[in-house]
Design a protein around this ligand. Structure first.
Ligand code: AMP
Length: 290
């Protein structure tokens, strides 16, 4: 595996792969790699060769008072893991390489980026969209892989690619979970043992919505009430938002129809965890993907 520290070098590698007629796959990450990231690498390896993974803790997507300084960093272990998976390129630029003095352009994805995560974390998606546009320009992959764990982020990136006529295909992969249902996240490392046990409440709340939808419940207010009831029973958990939205616009839905997401953000002390469930209407019934 080649570790690439500069933008120019990454561009050269990408140009060479393209000139050789190879299909470059790309998995952007912030490191602290876990099985969720590994699933993206494996998906990329199924479709593409070579595969590039980036590790970049993007300062621009953290608000003041958020966890940028203490975000888990484990570069040596991450690098060894990617090497063992057979990844060809690790793109790991310093912040000054990505944002040299004088850097002044940003990307705002209107509408989509203002709701849910965008409401709680103003400026977050501006930072995400800006760094992802830069990464897609630099790496110039054939296909890039993202996790449905961050469903709103994935939708915003699809919109970004559409709006800027980027060539990269965007692939959104399923959520990888622990055995007890907790979605893997680098931020799970912040949880105390008690909060880690309590954190299964996200999965259990989504499960309650799945059950209700399975019984034919289409009324979103009642689905949200079912999820809130589960969360309220867990004293360590404090809901930030519990919503069901249309998958295309992330606007609130009143009734289940077409494709929707049930989306949760829940606090355990200072740690905020996300989870979601995709709800797809098929022949008048609802299939739920957790
Ligand atoms: P991050 O390093 O947290 O920025 O995540 C990098 C990529 O991995 C993003 O596209 C995430 O959506 C994805 N990801 C994170 N956790 C999971 C998970 N549990 N299952 C699937 N993908 C994930």
């Amino acid at each position: 595996m080649e570790t690439i520290r500069t933008v120019e070098w990454m561009k050269q590698v990408s140009r060479k792969a393209r000139a050789e007629g190879r299909l470059l796959g790309f998995v952007p990450t912030m490191g602290a790699l876990h099985a969720g990231h590994v699933s993206l690498v494996r998906a990329a390896q199924r479709d593409c060769s070579p595969v590039a993974v980036s590790i970049f803790v993007n300062p621009k997507q953290f608000g003041p008072g958020e966890d940028f300084a203490r975000y888990p960093r484990s570069f040596e272990a991450d690098s060894a893991l990617l090497q063992s998976l057979g990844v060809e390129y690790l793109f790991a630029p310093e912040a000054a390489e990505m944002y040299p003095p004088g850097f002044s352009s940003h990307v705002d994805v209107d509408g989509l980026a203002s709701r849910l995560e965008g409401r709680t974390r103003p400026g977050h998606f501006r930072g995400v969209a800006t760094v992802v546009l830069k990464l897609l320009e630099i790496v110039d992959p054939w296909r890039a892989y993202f996790g449905r764990k961050d469903a709103q982020q994935s939708r915003i990136i699809e919109q970004l690619v559409r709006d800027f006529h980027l060539d990269a295909q965007i692939e959104v992969c399923p959520i990888v979970r622990e055995e007890d249902g907790l979605a893997l996240s680098s931020r799970n490392a912040y949880l105390s043992a008690e909060d880690r046990r309590a954190a299964t409440v996200l999965y259990r709340a989504l499960g309650a919505a799945r059950q209700a939808a399975g019984r034919g419940e289409r009324n979103v207010a009642r689905l949200v009430a079912a999820m809130r009831e589960v969360i309220a029973k867990e004293p360590r958990a404090a809901a930030d938002y519990v919503e069901v939205v249309r998958a295309e616009t992330f606007e609130p839905a009143a009734m289940l129809r077409g494709e929707c997401y049930a989306l949760l953000a829940v606090f355990f002390g200072a740690t905020r965890l996300l989870d979601n469930m995709l709800i797809v209407e098929e022949n008048g019934e609802f299939r739920c993907e957790l």
